[in-house]
Design a protein around this ligand. Structure first.
Ligand SMILES: Cc1cc2nc3c(=O)[nH]c(=O)nc-3n(C[C@H](O)[C@H](O)[C@H](O)COP(=O)(O)OP(=O)(O)OC[C@H]3O[C@@H](n4cnc5c(N)ncnc54)[C@H](O)[C@@H]3O)c2cc1C
Length: 383
């Protein structure tokens, strides 16, 4: 067993860490406060190849692996949670689904710009009446001649509101089989006729992320935009969401590390009762617990990503990583605010932003309850 990072991973970590410290962190507070989308930063991330790490060079990527991708996601999330989530959605989920299930033509047309970061991909599964029960979706797709016609509403779609977002992967019912509805997945360009960007949501945090509704009213796309096996669209989605879980774990670890760094710094500076508060055992124990849980969560997401790179089954490890890390970051962020006392509640201190952002990690890409359901199924021998 070897826990050392290989040279390639160290290079990715150092590059992403330097970028997060020098480019992202200085503008993260303004981004969150103003809700301005960080196009400049995204373009620089694209130039550094961050969106294409796991994809083959012939499709615009750098031929790297999933461990490297997730080390990058952790470091970027330490700078800003929404940019870590951007890598999750555009690379780990949307890009990967096209890479694994797409035709040569689809990869050239849609994956290359996503891998190069000139375009951003979105993943639209959730609907008003189907969240955790994602298979209960209602959007329908009907083949008319050479076109699929889609009708339905998708909601809470991360980053589809960005000007540089090109497509959404959309799951829809395309027929009826012996075991119920047949669900297929489609590559739906944002400029397809009948594709309407719905309202942008007012959110508790994540203001650098353009979350919108999508309304499909007789939305017409070419027949060739069907992605993968028409009868396995839902299974394809679930397969890439497994990687999404590792990515959300890496985002969680990045945010938690930022919380620990800030809390440690503050505890050394802040004096009460004539001593830095770091000297009080109650504060040191909190910091120690934060460091322990971050270390464990980091090891777990790396293990899950490594198993994926070995092409080995990793349902359990990815789900454990997501559940543990997202629960961990909410607690760590809360403790970081606590260590800051009243100042931690003020927007000018980053921990206030981290705390609000962390909550969502227990919800997106499967709530903590859903993760426990999956782990329960694995324990029961069903997965
Ligand atoms: C900011 C934001 C961005 C998002 N981005 C995307 C995106 O890009 N693409 C996308 O497709 N979706 C996205 N989502 C949707 C997200 O994945 C869902 O919100 C999430 O899966 C939960 O679904 P829901 O909100 O409908 O909650 P519900 O499914 O209604 O759940 C409500 C509560 O009930 C619990 N619950 C549900 N079923 C069970 C059960 N069987 N047992 C125990 N408890 C249960 C849940 O855990 C939760 O606590 C986003 C959401 C947000 C808020």
């Amino acid at each position: 067993m070897n826990f050392d990072l290989i040279e390639e991973h160290k290079m990715i970590r150092d590059m992403a860490k330097g970028f997060a410290d020098e480019v992202i962190a200085p503008s993260a507070e303004e981004m969150e406060r103003t809700g301005q989308y960080p196009y400049d930063i995204m373009n620089k991330m694209a130039e550094l190849g961050m969106m294409g790490i796991p994809f083959p060079e012939k499709y615009g990527g750098s031929g790297g692996d999933w461990v490297g991708t997730h080390i990058c996601i952790e470091e970027i999330s330490r700078g800003d949670i929404t940019l870590g989530a951007l890598l999750d959605v555009t690379t780990s989920v949307t890009g990967q689904e096209i890479d694994v299930f797409g035709t040569e033509e689809q990869k050239k047309e849609w994956l290359v710009p996503i891998a190069q970061g000139t375009k951003i991909g979105a993943f639209a599964l959730t609907e008003p009446d189907s969240g955790s029960d994602a298979g209960a979706l209602r959007t329908r797709a009907v083949l008319e001649g050479d076109e699929w016609v889609l009708n339905g509403t998708k909601q809470f779609v991360t980053n589809i509101g960005l000007d540089n977002a090109s497509i959404a992967l959309i799951a829809a019912i395309s027929g009826k089989g012996q075991r119920g509805n047949i669900i297929s997945t489609f590559i739906v360009p944002k400029d397809a006729p009948g594709f309407q960007l719905g309202k942008g949501y007012e959110k508790m945090a994540w203001h650098g992320s353009a979350t919108h509704e999508i309304i499909l009213e007789n939305c017409r796309i070419p027949k060739k935009n069907l992605l993968g096996d028409p009868s396995r669209g839902f299974a394809q989605h679930l397969a890439v969401l497994e990687t999404g879980r590792i990515s959300i774990a890496a985002v969680s670890v990045g945010v938690a590390q930022a919380c620990l760094d800030e809390a440690l710094h503050y505890a050394r500076e802040r004096t009460q009762f004539g001593r830095p508060i770091f000297d009080f055992q109650a504060i040191q124990f909190k910091l120690a617990d934060m460091a322990v849980s971050i270390e464990l969560a980091r090891n777990q997401y790396l293990k899950a990503a490594w198993l994926k790179d070995q092409k080995r089954k990793h349902t359990f490890e990815a789900t454990v990583a997501k559940l543990f890390a997202s629960e961990m970051v909410e607690k760590v962020a809360s403790d970081a605010v606590q260590i800051h006392g009243g100042y931690g509640y003020m927007d000018e201190y980053p921990v206030s932003r981290y705390y609000k952002g962390a909550k969502l990690l227990q919800i997106v890409e499967g709530t903590s309850e859903v993760q426990r359901m999956i782990i329960g199924r694995v324990l029961a021998g069903g997965m």
